[in-house]
Design a protein around this ligand. Structure first.
Ligand code: SF4
Ligand code: SF4
Length: 135
């Protein structure tokens, strides 16, 4: 008799936990129909505002994994003109260390999180061509 009482109490406790979660709002998303909105400071991939970049290479020097390569020409006015900004996402740590030293706020981590690809060569990109952020 004692055992039956213990089992019943245990069963009711378990059902109580189930009932508690049953009426709470769901935290899972029906991906891909529903998309997640990342928080403000989320670090997706490295992105560039090409018009703001002054080709100083501070970001490339700060990168611990040599993921960035800044290629530029020096014009007649002695100013650097950005040609290519190579970003190797295949070896990127998403650490954000390249963002901090940029004097022109040209480089940042965007909110992209759907970054899987079939061909890893596509993880090496020229951000001058792919990115058109202007703000
Ligand atoms: S996020 Fe980190 S690893 Fe990736 S490019 Fe920037 S500094 Fe390099
Ligand atoms: S630190 Fe900023 S301005 Fe300098 S090369 Fe990198 S992105 Fe361009």
């Amino acid at each position: 008799m004692r055992k039956i009482l213990d089992y019943t109490i245990s069963l009711l406790k378990g059902l109580g936990v189930t009932a508690k979660y049953l009426f709470r709002p769901s935290v899972t998303l029906q991906y891909p129909k529903q998309r997640w909105t990342p928080p403000e400071r989320f670090r997706g991939r490295v992105a560039l505002r090409p018009k703001k970049c002054i080709s100083c290479q501070m970001c490339a020097r700060a990168c611990p994994n040599n993921c960035l390569e800044v290629k530029f020409n020096v014009g007649e006015d002695k100013k650097r003109k950005l040609n290519e900004f190579i970003y190797r996402m295949d070896t990127c740590l998403f650490c954000g260390l390249c963002v901090e030293p940029c004097p022109a706020s040209a480089i940042f981590m965007n909110h992209d999180y759907e970054l899987s690809v079939y061909d890893r060569n596509t993880l090496i990109m020229n951000l001058v061509k792919t990115d058109s952020y202007v703000e």
